[in-house]
Design a protein around this ligand. Structure first.
Ligand code: G4P
Length: 532
């Protein structure tokens, strides 16, 4: 296959959901279809790493939380599908946001009983920022859920995206009888507990089939005909272009645990999901068919073995062909690097690869050279943008408990923050005070645990009064200097040495914004990469 054929062959996506909506269950069913696993139950709820090779941390096992993000590649419908796993726990949401920079589309899972939940909204905000195409799977139809029309309305309202159902349920819960495929007019009957992966139970070809009433009963047949008429009146025809632009989400109904409605979802995904797309850089977009290799690191994983501090950097190939044992340019570090053991993640097994193409995610062994967001090229000095840090939500001061090991602590916290576990803000002018910011409380335990086990450094976290960290810039260097001096107690620097203002409350932040018009306050760090 030539480069263009390799690109056309690939689909790289992630499944996202509020915890417990059924992401892990759906992942498992997709892997069954793809032949990547043979038995149901091989991927356990949120313990997906148990069978995968990227289960690096004891703490993750202890808690049964999928801390890490890994990749599962499988073939289906003539396509090579790269499914990027995202952590289920909300405290690791930032990992998920970064993973979304490495995919070309997503499947969003919604629990039909709960509808749109908090995490769903936040994840969709990130998708909208990048116009990522979204397919929605409304799950758990075997439970008594909300009215499907209400669910669709809620999706449009809360997620600010137009929706178009492509399948439609006949009842829910104990009376759930099946789904009608609006796109081809066929009906599939529900068969609880089905673990089969073949297509069966295709019962009727269209709504006028007289057998419909015999099969689902007069009342349900009438209701279905009414619903379908309403849908055709309410919704425009499904428009693939609008989907590709991230403006319209097709919706499927089903039950992941019963493997129902999953095949329809997967078949449609293979048909409509975009192949690897271009990626923004500080020098304009890079197209996948650009002959020269380029890619970026969106995730760094610590080694499972605490005695070896090497890590795996996950790199998304964006253009050209990646080759083993070839020197590439590490743009930020300004050095040449090459990899003798790059890995792929086919069928949940890690294996060494010789080459990789746009859309692929490869694992690169790293001894501390990489930070999240790093770019590799064949020599050009551009950097991929769009891998933002978000203002954290919880802030603590890091206090060293063992002065004899302050060097190890320094190194440890530096490396952990390079991995993206948390963000580190330093106040060098205040005795090198270190403030750690995270999106969830769990990270502090992870950091403490890892500093102790991997770096033999002990620390405690002390609560501090910080509400938000805003990156600050100004077109007027003097104004910035003056602000930094005047507010020095609340000024820190981030990992790139950019000034950050630590606001104690929204009210104080608003008043600083109002009073300092020469200063721009940024809620994400994205502007940095854009101006490198
Ligand atoms: P997550 O990764 O999004 O967090 O969700 P996960 O797949 O782990 O599913 C959460 C729970 O919902 C699991 O139950 C799972 O079995 C259940 N579930 C998934 N799909 C369906 C469905 O279509 N119908 C119904 N009724 N339940 C579904 P659990 O009791 O938490 O875990 P487990 O003991 O089944 O593993």
């Amino acid at each position: 296959m030539n480069l263009q054929e390799q690109i056309d062959h690939r689909r790289t996506f992630a499944i996202i959901s509020h915890p417990d909506a059924g992401k892990t269950t759906l992942t498992e069913k997709l892997l069954l279809y793809g032949g990547a696993i043979q038995v149901a139950g091989a991927v356990k709820s949120n313990k997906i790493k148990k069978t995968a090779t990227s289960d690096f941390m004891d703490i993750e096992r202890q808690r049964g939380i999928s801390v890490a993000t890994s990749v599962m590649a499988f073939e289906y419908g003539g396509k090579l599908i790269n499914l990027l796993d995202t952590p289920g726990h909300k405290d690791f949401a930032e990992d998920t946001y970064r993973t979304l920079t490495a995919v070309d589309s997503v499947i969003l899972v919604i629990d039909c009983v709960k509808g749109v939940e908090a995490q769903t909204e936040r994840l969709m905000e990130v998708c909208r920022m990048r116009n990522t195409p979204v397919i929605i799977f409304i799950n758990k139809l075997d439970r008594e859920g909300r009215d499907p029309f209400d669910l669709l309305e809620e999706l449009e309202d809360k997620l600010s995206i137009s929706v178009r159902p492509l399948s439609w349920p006949i009842n829910m819960g104990s009376r759930f009888k099946g789904v009608y495929k609006l796109y081809d007019g066929s009906l599939r009957l529900f068969d609880a507990g089905s673990q089969k992966v073949e297509d069966d139970a295709l019962v009727i070809e269209d709504l006028t089939d007289p057998r419909l009433e015999d099969i689902v009963g007069e009342r349900d047949a009438g209701q279905l005909a009414e619903d379908v008429e309403l849908i055709e009146g309410l919704f425009e025809e499904f428009d693939k272009e609008l989907y590709a632009d991230g403006l319209l989400a097709p919706v499927f109904f089903g039950s992941a645990i019963n493997n129902f409605g999953v095949k329809e979802l997967l078949d449609t995904f293979v048909q409509i999901a975009p192949s690897p797309q271009s990626r923004p850089t500080n020098m304009g977009p890079i197209e996948p068919h650009d002959k020269k290799f380029s890619g970026f690191v969106f995730k760094i994983h610590a080694n499972l073995d605490p005695n070896h501090r090497d890590r795996i950097a996950f790199l998304r190939v964006c253009s050209g062909k990646f080759e083993r044992n070839t020197f590439y340019h590490h743009v930020r570090a300004e050095k040449k690097v090459r990899f003798s053991n790059p890995t792929s993640f086919m069928a949940q097994k890690k294996s060494i690869i010789d080459e990789a193409f746009p859309g692929d995610v490869i694992g690169l062994y790293d001894t501390g050279n990489f930070k999240i967001g790093d770019t590799l090229t064949e020599g050009k000095k551009f950097m991929f943008s769009g891998i933002p840090s978000f203002s954290p939500e919880i802030f603590m001061e890091l206090i060293n408990k063992d002065p004899m090991r302050s060097k190890q602590l320094e190194k440890g916290i530096q490396q952990l923050t390079d991995e993206g576990v948390a963000q580190l803000f330093k106040q060098e002018h205040l005795g090198n005070r270190k403030i750690v910011g995270t999106v969830g409380a769990l990270q502090f335990e992870v950091i403490q645990y890892r500093l102790e086990h991997e770096y033999k450094a002990t620390c405690v976290f002390q609560p501090i009064e910080v509400y938000k960290a805003c990156w600050i810039t100004s077109e007027d260097p003097n104004a910035l200097k003056e602000f930094v001096k005047r507010k020095d107690r609340y000024i820190a620097t981030d990992k790139n040495g950019i000034y950050v203002y630590l606001a104690r409350s929204q009210w104080l932040l608003n008043s600083e914004i109002e009073q300092n018009t020469a200063i721009t306050f940024h809620m994400t760090s994205e502007f940095k990469t854009a101006v490198v």
